[in-house]
Design a protein around this ligand. Sequence first.
Ligand SMILES: [Zn+2]
Length: 497
Amino acid sequence: MKQRTFSVRALALILALLIAEPFSLLAQSSPDLPDPGSPSGITREQQIQVGQQAAAEVYKQMPVLSDSSPVTRYIQELGRKLESVIPSDRSWPYQFHVVQQKEINAFALPGGPVFVNIGTIEAADNEAELAGVMAHEMSHVYMQHSAKQAGKTSTLQGLAGILGAVLPGNAAGNIARLGIQLGAGTLSLKYSRSDEAQADAVGAIIAYKVGYNPKGMADFFQKLEAQGGSGPQFLSDHPNPGNREASIEKEIQNWPPKNYQTNSEAFARAKQESNGIKSYSAQEIADGAKQGAWAQQNQRNGAIPPNVPVSSNSGNSGNSGGSPAASGGSITNVSLKDVRPSSRFKQYQGNNISIAYPDNWQVNNGQSGLLIAPAAGVSEGGIAYGTLISGGQDQNAQSLDQATQDLIRSLQQQNQGMQQSGSISHIQVNGTQGRSVYLTGSSPVTQNGRPLPERDWLVTLPASQGGLLYLVFISPDKDFNSLKSTYQKMLRSLQMR
Ligand SMILES: [Zn+2]
């Protein structure tokens, strides 16, 4: 009888457990996607917006297959499959596209656009490997790694991004602040090793849920490392967090076994079709980007999705005459006559400062600073002419010199190719001792498709409570001397409260 009582109790316990946690007994530790958390200082909508701005750059810099290509259709189908296992309340508007590039690479932009090179499809030995790479990219978006990284930069670095970000929708600064670097024909994202480990772990769950062996991704990365050669950009964007293979093995060891799918006919077909598509080397893509070839090709092929803000005149260069044409990335045909400052000055009165400025220029009081500029001198792509005024705290700096140096470094990180020109000198602004230094860089104004050299005059001043106020007077180098007296007059009128 005692024995019998025990059995009944045991059965009751098992039933209770089954009711409470049916899943844990029936399917042992089947994995779920982790809570992605949320980055500080940037909303979901902003991430999507910046991702679209970055995508617009991609369509200017790289040849992308149109959605009607069978290879793109295959990648989109595979992408949809992977997307289907992500809970919709945590998912993103993923888009999948194929870049006509020989080298092995794939990248994902904040908010969902995923780009896969033809070289990656050709290098994958089976569908599980390709699915693994795509799941890894999608995981960077899911975990919002770029946005979280932007939140980690110091206040001063965040503020330095405003060279591009004062205006709503100003692409260059926003993109740079998310750690995305764009050059001619290349785009790179810098993920940390812990981001990588996370993208591996989350990507493995996505692949597993769809039915692919999660080791496919690790196999692919390992193959890249072993062969070196054509995938260095991929590996520098996605640094190995340690032993990928072993970490994934460990992660999946307690997951219920599955009959994994490794291949499909569709994969074999897409791979074959990709052989017949023209693909380009990184160098060819960089050269084509400089000539605006890809913007035109993508436009012609209808490769650019409707939600991507690429202006219709991008890629045009060298056209002369006519009115200033401000496009998404560059300002063509703007010259001194379009921005020439009036000799009559107005006074701007803000909470912290007042300053005089030419009465035909405009004041834009943005979230992260004050921009005083001629209307024709500013586009979404950047500020070509005008004065940017902002401030911040540099907790690490012990002196104005150090704060100035930190600021220059931050500006350089946010503005590709920016250089200090000459040394930092002392300057008196209405009795306040400040610092003055010149910087050089690339202007958003282009001539024959190339950016003009830019000259920026940076002035830093100590502000209240250990803060720093700074002004950047911006102009293409060739026009700087013509604007210098206006800029000096503005600086002389500056009052801080
Ligand atoms: Zn990665």
